[in-house]
Ligand binder design. Structure first.
Ligand code: AMP
Length: 542
């Protein structure tokens, strides 16, 4: 027997229809690339998105075409997303922090037909476009007055281009599993892999993200997504904020402490989301200037592990709650968020921060388990760690063109490549990347935990742990350390500092000092390069 309820396909443009109808006057404030802070509303954005859709069709673009964006967070960028999706196109965000040859590779793999590009990235697209034969048009997100000189063909200014359409456009009808967007993972090994979101997965993800124990946003919030739309969909905020009718504040390309503070203060932002680096810059700015955060109540922090000191300072000095979150491009991207269940909400002091240090629990729509190498499920005891696997309606079931098939199993679980444990209350904590975890005598050593303990030493600026081959134990840890300026801490001091803070057999077999640790475009430690650099290092215990 089938249910007799209506078929109402979950399509992304219904989100912007809703925002325009129910919250039409709500503002979207953007720091423009041209300079000034500009303001629009959901009603205006809705109209301009339809102008984009109309103009795309008039130029001959059709459903299924990949429409790339190389742009900061702004209302214009959102219009392009909704306009592309509403005519059946597929928005494709590109990360400008990658090397030009990587971006060109990704654009060719996706066969992008048109690109919306911010003024900032004109020099970049000039390098890339000649090597992307599928590209038919370049729309620069500015007006004719600000157009730069360029030798590239088929380049037009956005404002004049959409002005030729009146916005009298009816969204195209299609099935909810139709592709809506694309984003490539910037893996540290191999070629990047394409993730293809559907309308249905985006809508469900946006609902899941907005729930009270997830981001918990409402029409009374003012939301500042610092996390870029090109990094895992701005964690869904370009969809969940209009879905709840929250005012939005878009930072454009300026993400230093002073610029972010200015927006937080003048726009009375209540909720924000970004990677730890951004918050370190903001906290430093606050400490230098003595300024306060009277409006901000919550920040979501993820992308890499959130240092305890950030959570502590926000709470104790500024009354702001940090919600630690974990996710991946492949998960749209949210996988878990650390809000407080009744079981832990009355904790205080270190016990509370121990919980808030975890990456949190999976919301409805994400199933999670940890397994050993043979796919045997490990207990939720808060200490036994294993491979973290997930499934759900906003989790990838395959990469574009079938790449990376080994990460998906026949039961529909996706192997995240992360290593984690889950406690009895369901709180998950990442302990490593699977390819970085150190396997010593059949047991696993968490490199993240070694690094976290090591950076607690007052003279250590940054630390990275890698496994080196060992004749007896298979692998043993080497700790690579960058000292703070003018500091002289040595190996023995670091090892005795770490003693008692990690299991004895986890202590590194050796400590080396370097001026710099290599990082990826996303700011993560480049362990492959470190392993290469130290492959001939002789451990004193070997
Ligand atoms: P990306 O797809 O570029 O967002 O990268 C996803 C990866 O970032 C995850 O698989 C994790 O390894 C890492 N990651 C994301 N959030 C966190 C977090 N809160 N703590 C530790 N690692 C994280």
């Amino acid at each position: 027997m089938l249910g007799l309820m209506q078929q109402w396909p979950l399509l992304c443009h219904k989100i912007i229809d809703f925002a325009a109808r129910q919250h039409g006057h709500r503002e979207i404030v953007s720091r423009s690339v041209e300079g000034p802070v500009v303001r629009t509303t959901y009603a205006a954005l809705h109209k301009r998105a339809r102008q984009v859709a109309q103009r795309l069709e008039r130029d001959g673009f059709v459903a299924g075409d990949r429409i790339a964006t190389l742009a900061w967070n702004s209302a214009r960028h959102m219009e392009c997303w909704y306009g592309a999706m509403g005519m059946g196109g597929v928005y494709h965000t590109l990360n400008p922090r990658l090397f030009p040859h990587q971006i060109a590779w990704i654009m060719n793999d996706a066969e992008d037909k048109l690109i919306f590009v911010d003024l900032t990235f004109m020099p970049l697209i000039e390098k890339i476009a000649p090597g992307v034969p599928s590209l038919k048009k370049i729309v620069v997100l500015t007006d004719a007055a600000h157009m730069p000189e360029t030798a590239l063909p088929n380049v037009v200014p956005y404002e004049e281009w959409i002005a030729e359409a009146d916005g009298d456009f009816v969204w195209r009808e299609f099935e909810e599993n139709t592709a809506a967007g694309m984003c490539y993972t910037s893996g540290t090994t191999g070629e990047p892999k394409g993730v293809v979101y559907s309308h249905r997965s985006n809508v469900l993800h946006a609902m899941m993200a907005a729930m009270p124990d997830a981001m918990g946003i409402s029409s009374r919030d003012v939301v500042l997504p610092v996390v870029p739309m090109f990094h895992a969909n701005a964690w869904g905020l370009a969809q969940s904020a209009p879905m709840v009718g929250a005012k939005m504040v878009m930072p454009g390309g300026k993400m230093d402490g002073a610029s972010i503070y200015e927006l937080l203060e003048t726009e009375k932002v209540t909720f924000s989301a970004a990677v730890p680096t951004i918050w370190l810059m903001l906290l430093q700015y606050l400490e230098e200037t003595g300024k306060e955060l009277p409006h901000l109540t919550r920040v979501v922090i993820g992308g890499s592990a959130c240092p305890r000191v950030i959570t502590q300072k926000f709470r104790e000095n500024y009354g702001v709650e940090v919600i630690h979150a974990w996710g991946m491009t492949e998960m749209s991207p949210l996988g878990s968020l650390c809000s407080l269940k009744p079981e832990v909400q009355d904790l205080s002091g270190d016990a509370l921060f121990d919980i808030k240090q975890k990456q949190g629990f999976a919301p409805f729509g994400v199933e999670m388990k940890v397994t050993d190498d043979e796919n045997g499920e490990r207990p939720w005891d808060g200490k036994t760690f294993g491979r973290l696997k997930v499934r759900g309606p906003a989790v990838a079931r395959s990469y574009y063109r079938g790449a990376g098939a080994e990460q998906f199993d026949e039961d529909g679980w996706f192997d995240t490549g992360d290593v984690a444990h889950i406690d009895a209350n369901g709180y998950m904590q990442i302990t490593d990347r699977a390819k970085d975890v150190i396997k010593s005598g059949g047991e696993w050593i968490s490199t993240i935990e070694l690094e976290n303990v090591a950076v607690g030493h007052p003279e250590v600026a940054e630390a990275a742990a890698i496994g080196l081959p060992h004749p007896k134990w298979d692998e043993r840890p080497l700790l690579v350390v960058v000292r703070k300026p003018d500091k002289t801490v040595g190996k023995e001091e670091i090892l005795s500092y770490m003693e008692g803070k990690v299991a004895k057999w986890w202590l590194p077999d050796d400590v080396v000092f370097v001026d710099e640790i290599p990082h990826t475009a996303a700011g993560k430690i480049l362990k492959t390069k470190l392993r290469e650099q130290f492959k001939d290092h002789h451990l004193p215990t070997a």
